[in-house]
Design a protein around this ligand. Structure first.
Ligand code: OXD
Ligand code: MN
Length: 580
């Protein structure tokens, strides 16, 4: 297979001349191709087939132990002006960045196959979808891209008719952390990534394209590329509201997107549109609509069980690639809190010893096609997307943030999003459990200066009077003994119901300095082991604690200098005044 698009062909020729692969394989995205690559990796030991009976078509991949998460300190945004990347990003000048990384690509594919992966982010016939080509020397990347994107011939046809595409070049290189870089050149719609095979660093359609490059394109073209799940909540009466939620990595986006209503909420249904990324557009009536650019899930495995996320637990029992989980005696995958079976081998392939290491790496992952999800919404394939009623921000906070509150208006909502902070998780290398500012859950993913990004968010209220309402949730509030106050998981539906009631103007709320909160009686806690005191605690706002928080947000905003939008600063001043 080759291409009629000369700009594509000449890029492939140039990269082949530089990286010197033994072969070039154009991926057509077929099942046969997937099966052949799986077989090849199974023979080479890159994959290990799991118990055929209980986990048919499932494989384990063990990555290099130094290559298990996103590497934010090695991820760069390469714009001509440093200020365009902003204090939220690592920056390198494009010429220097190309030089530095190109040297590492010289001859990098010798003895290897170069795969050319045409892919489409979003339904193939959606005007909102965007295409790219990833060149990689990793068959593991190809099979993951097959599960995660619309990949192959149809994407290539679209690229050839549109004539443009995002260029992604990836090589696992030597897997040497000293020779690892993930670089983005937004002006050139180009990504170059070397030295890592880990999902977020290597599956370039995901974080690199669908968030960092897309956020840049979105600003130019008037839309938003966000780190959000999209979920449809269907009431017993049959009406469905679509909600987009931005939570930092490993804070439960997949669980919320696949929530199973508890028995106490009869008649409610949940439909998954996406679990990680949303592209949001205004339609001709000013209605915000969302598509999920992805077609599969790259989810955190530990903690997944029949109670926390039964849909996910069931969907990863066939045609799934597991990365860095442990194994049981009978060759089934095992992870912490699986609640069934026992590990004998850990994620590094060594005999399991609880004193040494968990069985599964805390950031071990499953890759699976969205079509495996029993709750996958048919509208996930709709070219025009789904209408969004509410945008919800959230983070992992032991204290401070109440269970839920509503922003007073769009501008205030942008401040609520810009003020998101969360305890860090194993999804990125670095210390776990420290609170860091993570505006709109986009800290690792916004491809440009956050100040310009907030300005872009603010601009939507000039274009529509019909925008979604904005909320903030916190499922992670703890008491002094470190016990979670809210049960979370399926019970979060109770909070989504209040959010929907607010969108429909069905319930009043009480106004506090930080926003509108539920009256305790409007959060249904029937059948829950929660006292009214605990609910009061979950819904409490302590002005003195919030004053500290707002001061910390103020300090953070200072790093954006004059570029901080005035409208955001005004909201900040109003909020601070309300607290004093
Ligand atoms: C992810 C992440 O993999 O956010 O989705 O790290
Ligand atoms: Mn994510």
């Amino acid at each position: 297979m080759t291409t009629s698009l000369s700009s594509l062909q000449s890029w492939i020729d140039t990269i082949a001349a530089q990286t010197l692969p033994d072969n070039i394989h154009w991926c057509n995205g077929s099942e046969e191709e997937y099966n052949l690559l799986i077989e090849k990796m199974n023979n080479s030991g890159d994959l290990q087939e799991l118990n055929k009976e209980n986990y048919p078509d499932c494989y384990l991949h063990r990555s290099d132990p130094s290559d298990v998460a996103r590497v934010e300190h090695l991820t760069f945004i390469c714009t001509k002006n440093k200020d365009d990347a902003g204090p939220n990003n690592n920056w390198m000048a494009p010429t220097e960045a190309h030089q530095k990384i190109d040297r590492l690509f010289d001859g990098a594919m010798k003895g290897r196959t170069m795969y050319v992966i045409p892919y489409c982010m979003g339904p193939i016939d959606s005007p909102y979808a965007r295409c790219g080509i990833e060149i990689t020397d990793s068959a593991y990347v190809v099979v993951n891209m097959k599960l995660m994107t619309r990949m192959g011939s149809l994407a290539l046809q679209r690229i050839e008719s549109e004539g443009n595409f995002v260029k992604g070049l990836h090589s696992t290189g030597e897997l040497d952390p000293e020779k690892r870089f993930i670089m983005h050149f937004p002006d050139e719609l180009t990504i170059k990534s070397i030295g890592s095979g880990y999902g977020g660093n290597a599956l370039l359609g995901k974080k690199c394209h669908a968030l960092r490059i897309a956020s840049w394109q979105a600003r130019k073209e008037g839309w938003l590329a966000e780190h959000m799940l999209i979920v449809g909540v269907e009431s017993p009466q049959g009406d469905t509201h679509y909600i987009a939620c931005a939570f930092p990595s490993a804070c439960g986006k997949t669980n919320l997107a696949m929530l199973i209503p508890p028995n106490s909420q009869p008649g409610w249904k949940i439909w998954t549109l996406g679990d990680d990324i949303a592209w949001l557009h205004l339609d001709e009536h000013g209605q915000m609509c969302a598509i999920n650019p992805e077609a599969g899930y790259f989810g955190v495995v530990p903690g997944t069980n029949a109670k926390t996320n039964k849909n996910a637990f069931d969907m990863i029992k066939n045609k799934t690639i597991f990365t860095n989980v442990g194994l049981t005696e009978n060759n089934e995958p095992w992870w912490e809190d699986k609640d069934i079976g026992k590990p004998t081998i850990d994620w590094k392939g060594k005999p399991f010893d609880a004193a040494n290491s968990p069985a599964a790496h805390p950031n071990s992952r499953f890759t699976v096609s969205a079509s495996n999800n029993p709750a996958y919404s048919k509208l996930a394939e709709a070219p025009e997307g789904v209408p969004i009623s509410a945008i919800v921000f959230g983070g992992r906070r032991k204290t401070l943030a109440p269970l839920v509150y509503e922003a007073k208006n769009w501008e205030h909502g942008v401040l609520v999003g810009a003020g998101v902070a969360s305890e860090t998780t194993a999804a990125a290398t670095g210390e776990v459990g420290v609170v860091r500012r993570d505006p709109m859950a986009m800290k690792p993913f916004c491809g440009y200066n956050f100040a310009d990004y907030w300005d872009h968010w603010l601009s939507f209220s000039k274009r529509s009077s019909n925008l979604p309402k904005i909320f903030h949730v916190n499922w992670f509030r703890q008491n002094e003994a470190g016990k979670f106050l809210w049960p979370g998981f399926g019970e979060n539906l109770r909070v989504l119901r209040w959010i929907i009631d607010r969108c429909e103007n069905r319930v009043p709320a009480y106004t506090t300095a930080i926003g509108n909160l539920p009256n305790a009686k409007d959060i249904d806690i029937s059948d829950l082991d929660i006292s009214s005191e605990v609910l009061e605690e979950l819904l409490s706002v302590k002005n003195n604690e919030w004053l500290d928080e707002i001061n910390s947000i103020g300090e953070y905003f200072k790093s954006y200098g004059d570029r901080l939008p005035d409208a955001l600063n005004q909201e900040f001043i109003k909020l601070k005044a309300g607290l004093t």
